[in-house]
Structure formats: C-alpha cells, structure tokens
Write a protein that binds this ligand. Structure first.
Ligand SMILES: C[S@@+](CC[C@H](N)C(=O)[O-])C[C@H]1O[C@@H](n2cnc3c(N)ncnc32)[C@H](O)[C@@H]1O
Length: 291
C-alpha cells in the first residue's frame, strides 16, 4: 500500500467513526507521519512510496485505536502547549489551549516581580504549566505538586526534555504547598461535578485520568480547599491564579473574597469569551514577606 492509498483509506475509516471530514484528513496525516517517523509536512513529498510491513501495521493499529475513541494525543504520545512539545499518556490530562491563557496571566504578573520568584503549580499533571513557566521565565523556580505519583513521573520527564529540571522541585500529595512563601500559586485542578461525569465526551471520560477531572459533588470542592490554604503559602501581594470550569467563575471569585486574604479578585475570559480564569491578589496583611 502506498502512502497516498493508506491515507485515503484512513480518512474514510475515521469519518465512518464520526470524525468531521477536515479533522479526519488532519488526524490521518498525523497518525501516518507518526507511524513512519516523519513530520506531517514531509508526508506529501513521496505519496507513491510504499509503506513497509511494519509501518503499515503500526498505522493500522493507530487508526483502529483512534476509531475506538482514544484521543489522538495519547496515540501520538505527545502534544504541543505554549509552543513546546510535551510527552502525554494516560497517566496525565492532555494540556488544553485554554490553560495557555492561565500561563500567560502568570507570566504577565511575574514581569513586575523582582528577583527570583517562586511559583507553586498545584496539580501539575504533565507539567505543562510548571515547565512552560520555567522555560519562559528563566529566573523563576517552581514547586510542582500532584496527588498522582504517576503524573509526576510524566512531569519530571517533560522538565528534563525542556532542560528546566534543575529549577523545578516535584512533590506528591494532596494539595501540597511549599514552606517558602510564593509569588504565585497557580492551579488547574479538577472541576467536573460528579453528576456531570457520565455526560462527558467518551474520548475524555474513558481515557483521561478520573483524578484529573472529578472535582467533587459540586465540582468546585478541590479548588475551594486550595483557596482556603493558598493565602498562607503566598507572599504579600502574591497571586493565586486558577483555571475554573464554565459557569464556576463567580462562585470561585466569591470563595476567594470570603477568605478576606485577597484585595482584588478578577475574572478573565478565554479567547472564546468564556469566564475560565480567576486571579486573586493577596493583600500584604497577614502575609509572609517576599522571598
Ligand atoms: C485538570 S488536571 C491539570 C493538569 C495540568 N496542570 C494541566 O493544566 O494540564 C488536574 C491535576 O490535578 C491533580 N489533582 C487532583 N486532585 C488533587 C489534589 N487533591 N491535590 C493535588 N493534585 C490533585 C490531578 O492528578 C491532575 O494531574
């Protein structure tokens, strides 16, 4: 079978499995490039070249997995976030584009923070937030924590991949914070309500880790526990930056204000105009001094 024939058949198969035509073309190309070990843009130079038996078998396996509903990102074993390639597999949530807005908000805040700021990334998953912050801000140090030891293995590999492992410390546990006051506590914690779980897209529900999705009965419980402890981990004038689910921003804003530890709590929209980010600015009162 030639590359062109393999692609054509895969596009038909993926469409039969429910992918929209343009997406089927895109993903078939990604999967074939992955099977051959090429960049997708290099596929089209020699469309009549025959696949080796090994390439054909690998490609058919990938297409079958995709048709069964497995996310493309897990099959490729990597995904792009903030312009960097991250290893991803079923131990971690696939980094989402809306989380890039959270990273950008933190970077904007850090631009005015003197010295060598400490950032705590709670629920680091693949390390997408921690690693991209460390790459973009060469002075910052990061404490990246997660309840899942499996996720931390992926995050550590991503830190090494992007040569920032010497500035990121990893710790496992339930909402672990550091002992040193941080300039920023950033978190994209699980926010799906228990009752909404079954209604999630099966590609998400059946493949991504439940611990990365489920935020409690109401969905906001894990985040609310973090809001209660974050003020004691933040330096004066530090920032608590949270990604929230759709429809949760006002409730999370109110929870931050109720602590009395934040002077201002802003809601930011993502590029699609959805309120997905809450930024809470620590007062100086009762806070630790800057480190
Ligand atoms: C929505 S994922 C986000 C992963 C990554 N930060 C990102 O933005 O792609 C949530 C992460 O929080 C972790 N997590 C869930 N409950 C936690 C808890 N109580 N304490 C620490 N981490 C937790 C999960 O294991 C998962 O890696």
């Amino acid at each position: 079978m030639t590359r062109a024939q393999a692609l054509k058949k895969a596009v038909q198969d993926l469409q039969r499995a429910g992918l929209a035509p343009a997406l089927a073309v895109r993903e078939a190309g990604d999967l074939l490039a992955h099977a051959i070990g090429l960049r997708r843009s290099d596929l089209y130079w020699e469309p009549d070249l025959a696949l080796s038996a090994g390439e054909e078998e690998a490609f058919q396996g990938y297409v079958a997995r995709r048709m069964a509903g497995e996310p493309l990102q897990y099959i490729l074993g990597q995904w792009e976030f903030m312009g960097l390639t991250f290893a991803v597999d079923r131990r971690v949530l696939i980094p989402r584009p809306e989380t890039e807005g959270l990273v950008m908000a933190v970077l904007q805040f850090l631009a005015d923070w003197p010295g060598f700021p400490l950032v705590i990334d709670v629920g680091t998953g693949s390390g997408a937030i921690a690693v991209s912050l460390a790459v973009a801000h060469p002075q910052c140090r990061v404490l990246a924590t997660d309840i899942s030891g499996e996720a931390l293995l992926v995050a550590k590999a991503n830190a090494r991949r992007h040569s920032v492992a010497d500035r990121i410390e990893f710790r496992q546990g339930d909402l672990v914070m550091g002992s040193v006051p941080a300039a920023v506590v950033v978190a994209n914690l699980p926010y799906v309500a228990a009752g909404d779980f079954q209604g999630l897209d099966p590609t998400v529900r059946d493949y991504e880790p439940a611990v990365a999705l489920l935020g409690g009965e109401r969905g906001t419980e894990v985040m609310e526990r973090l809001i209660a402890i974050a003020p004691s981990g933040l330096a004066a004038e530090g920032l608590l930056a949270l990604e929230v689910g759709e429809g949760q921003a006002a409730e999370i804003q109110a929870a931050c204000l109720a602590t009395g530890a934040f002077r201002d709590v802003a809601i930011r929209q993502d590029l699609a105009g959805r309120e997905r980010i809450v930024l809470a600015y620590r007062t100086g009162e009762g806070a630790c001094t800057r480190k």
